[in-house]
Design a protein around this ligand. Structure first.
Ligand code: NDP
Ligand code: GDR
Length: 372
């Protein structure tokens, strides 16, 4: 029997990789997309199938995690074997601006799905994956962080995700639902949203290299993160649902870098070397050396990075480093992509986009590259 999966957040970074992965595994994949005034399916357009075709394996449904009746109807119609709850207001900084909405989607959205499983009597049929996060550790109590490290969330996002984490555990214990938390550390890719720090950096460096932007403005460059590749991480989401017993797992690389180092790696990819000057809010990155074939838009001595305190968060998560030993042992987890390989892939992808924008600009078209 062909398995059916339902993915919330299918139009996001992870949702798109997971949909590809499950289609390759032979699943019928259903995804929930939000209604938007513009098309918001660019990450899954390459796997889109004509809704008029009979033998579709990839089917999108309009829906929203804030709408119980809609979720119940979709789950009732599909009767999925697996639900992957990846949908979320996933931006930590934005959660300080929209805390109530973040709680509604990230915390209440999770209980709405679990309740739908109960109401429809699918407790024994439908397995549930919850996209939990290293943000739960917040102000870390232990390094590296494992499945037993105490949580100390530091943002409305993390607090909402903490509710989701525990309701998942509770419904597993109370109703026997096969529900798993993947405590995933930061994972990135060329499909990463443009306002998360890694993509903001790779995109800006590519644009600056070609003279489309002057300077990259960042917040806390001392923040330390354990960055992996999204494509590697979605396999683990699936594997968690293929075990005999439901359980919670940390997925991380076990290696940590600072935001500042990430900037250096991305810049080096295009032959740019940076000299850091000043400290804290005054810190700037000045070009020390440059390969002008790759980065014709840059000159030695140019300021290409600066701190803008507006990107500081009211409460920051300074350091995250995961210990994936349990996933290694029980799921056979081995991160396949190194940080260097991932940076290269992201920079090259953004560089290709910047080249296209640069041609447009040369021919007199408006190019809008600045994003928060
Ligand atoms: P993205 O922000 O790229 O994707 C989020 C998805 O959720 C998008 O498809 C978005 O739709 C959808 N969404 C947002 N609000 C709603 C809503 N109200 N109803 C239905 N869908 C909604 O996130 P990622 O792919 O990076 O992350 C996937 C999940 O994993 C998230 O839950 C995130 O919090 C969590 N996570 C991510 C980590 C990471 O490093 N990437 C690490 C740990 C956890 P739209 O496209 O319309 O905006
Ligand atoms: P994070 O990712 O908050 O860890 O959440 P993000 O890339 O937004 O920030 C990482 C660190 O970089 C610092 N930073 C900046 N961040 C952004 N976005 N923009 C900036 O200009 C900037 N300058 C410095 C941040 O302060 C932070 O310390 C991500 C999301 O995917 C969550 O959904 C997920 O749960 C966690 O990763 C694990």
């Amino acid at each position: 029997m062909q398995k059916k999966a339902l993915i919330t957040g299918v139009t996001g970074q992870d949702g798109s990789y997971l949909a590809e992965f499950l289609l390759e595994k032979g699943y019928e994949v259903h995804g929930i997309k939000r209604r938007a005034s513009l098309f918001n399916t660019s990450r899954v357009d390459h796997i889109y199938q004509d809704p008029h075709a009979d033998d579709r394996n990839f089917i999108l449904h309009y829906g929203d995690l804030t709408d119980s009746s809609n979720l119940i109807r979709i789950i009732k119609d599909i009767q999925p074997d697996e639900i992957y709850n990846l949908g979320a207001q996933s931006h930590v900084a934005v959660s300080f601006d929209s805390p109530e909405y973040t709680a509604d989607v990230d915390a209440m959205g999770t209980i709405r799905l679990l309740e739908a499983i109960r109401l429809l009597g699918l407790e024994k049929k439908t397995k549930f994956y919850q996209a939990s996060t290293s943000e739960l550790y917040g102000e870390v109590r232990e390094t590296p962080q494992t499945e037993t490290t105490p949580f100390y969330p530091r943002s409305p996002y993390a607090v909402a995700k903490m509710y989701a984490y525990w309701i998942c555990v509770n419904y597993r214990e109370a109703y026997g639902i096969y529900a798993c938390n993947g405590i995933l550390f930061n994972h990135e890719s060329p499909r990463r949203g443009e306002t998360f720090v890694t993509r903001k950096i790779t995109r800006a460096i590519a644009n600056i290299a070609l003279g489309l932007e002057d300077c990259l403005y960042l917040g806390n460059m001392n923040a330390l993160r354990d960055w992996g590749h999204a494509k590697d991480y979605v396999k683990m989401q699936w594997l968690m649902l293929q075990q005999d017993q439901p359980d919670d797992f940390v997925i991380a690389t076990g290696v940590q870098y600072s935001v500042r180092q990430f900037v250096e790696f991305a810049a080096n990819e295009l032959g740019i070397e940076i000299d850091w000057q000043g400290s804290e809010e005054e810190e700037v990155g000045i070009v020390k050396a440059v390969n002008s074939d790759q980065a014709p838009g840059i000159e030695v001595g140019q300021k290409i990075v600066a701190v803008d305190p507006k990107y500081y968060r009211p409460t920051e998560v300074e350091t995250l480093l995961g210990d994936p030993a349990k996933a290694k042992e029980k799921l056979g987890w081995v991160p396949e992509t190194t940080l260097q390989e991932m940076v290269e892939e992201m920079v090259q992808s953004d560089y290709e986009e910047a080249k296209k924008a640069s041609i447009l600009k040369k021919h007199g078209y408006e190019v809008n590259v600045t994003k928060e």
